[in-house]
Ligand binder design. Structure first.
Ligand SMILES: [Zn+2]
Ligand SMILES: [Zn+2]
Length: 347
């Protein structure tokens, strides 16, 4: 089978690799579509600490082509269209046992990140991959693979928005109008809130409005904190989701947040510099600052429901698809700051 193998910084090769062999509790999945995540782009640029060779790709969908002897064919069978929960959670540690498998202590030690004797990575940019049946989620066949490939990024946002426990009529500020920011717009609107988006790019602001944002503004053109306060009777937003990676914007996210409100750090920070925080304000005004990372099993499942049932339409976020043989073009296209989701397809 073929796979897109990263052999160094900005070095991608289409390599012929041995066909993976399934265990009894696994299926062989033929990958059909794989979305490029900002993390894949950071790997490509060498802004990571994982081992080469590496096969990225954790936003993938495909079909089952073989099942192991212990897989229940009433749950998963040959021909099913599926996606994989990609966190290699152990199921045994404190976090897995308390329903927080996204924080599993074993994940960072897995070969997904460090594999000095082999290939590291989530492996979604391969033609075939073995998957434990417990990690599979089924899609109706009429949903295109390029849509089901959005399950993982949407699931991260389901995890984020559910943690905020939004209430009808609340004011929500979302910082950043990329794919993740726009998914926050969609889910916050579905939750009955008033959504204000901070985003410098006019086209993205327009798209956010089409997706339901009530108000958008360019933070480089106005006094952003003053603008948000003006719109919210001087309070600020009850919930702020920061989907951008610059440390100074993390500070702004806290300034957008009302007394008694919640600030969510959805994105990792690059560079990961400390952000000055006024703990006196956190105390006196009962401000909650927290993070969200990756999906949990239930939030991943709910993301499948949202896409499969057409509750969330992912098509406005799909920028372009590329055949896997054009992987370099796909990565270079995805690196452009103005693009939304780039998907690599396998035939
Ligand atoms: Zn991702
Ligand atoms: Zn665990």
């Amino acid at each position: 089978m073929k796979a897109i193998v990263e052999t160094g910084v900005k070095q991608l090769e289409i390599q012929e690799l041995p066909m993976p062999v399934i265990e009894k509790d696994e299926v062989l999945m033929k990958v059909r579509a794989n979305g490029l995540c900002t993390n894949d782009l950071r790997d490509y640029l060498g802004d990571m600490k994982y081992t080469y060779p590496r096969i990225g790709g954790h936003e993938f969908s495909g079909e089952v082509v073989e099942i192991g002897s212990e897989v229940n064919p009433e749950h998963f069978d040959v021909g099913d269209h599926v996606v994989k929960y990609i966190i290699p959670a152990c199921g045994e540690c404190h976090y897995c046992k308390t329903g927080r498998e996204n924080l599993c202590i074993e994940v960072s030690k897995s070969t997904t990140f460090q594999n000095p004797d082999g290939i590291s990575g989530f492996l979604g940019m391969s033609q075939y991959i073995t998957v434990k049946s417990r990690d599979l989620y089924k899609y109706p066949k009429e949903v295109p693979f390029t849509h089901s490939a959005f399950t993982e990024p949407l699931a991260c946002v389901v995890n984020s928005v559910e943690r905020a426990q939004l209430m009808f009529g609340q004011d929500v500020v979302i910082i950043g109008g990329g794919v993740m920011g726009l998914f926050h717009v969609v889910l916050a609107k579905l939750s009955g809130t008033r959504v204000i988006l901070s985003e410098p790019n006019a086209e993205r602001r327009k798209l956010a409005e089409e997706l339901g944002a009530d108000l958008t503004f360019d933070p480089t053109k106005v006094d952003a904190v003053a603008f948000v306060k003006e719109q919210t009777e001087g309070r600020g937003a009850e919930v702020v989701f920061n989907t951008t990676s610059a440390p100074q914007i993390a500070k702004q996210a806290m300034d957008f947040t009302a007394t008694g409100g919640q600030t969510f750090m959805f994105s990792s920070l690059h560079p990961n510099d400390p952000v000055p925080t006024d703990m006196g304000v956190v105390h006196s005004y009962e401000k909650l600052i927290t993070g969200t990372v990756s999906p949990k099993i239930p939030t991943f499942y709910r993301s499948v429901q949202l896409i499969a049932k057409g509750i969330v339409d992912v098509t406005p976020l799909l920028a372009k698809t590329f055949d896997y043989t054009d992987a370099v073009d796909a990565f270079e296209y995805a690196l452009r700051p103005d693009t939304l989701k780039t998907i690599i397809t396998f035939d």
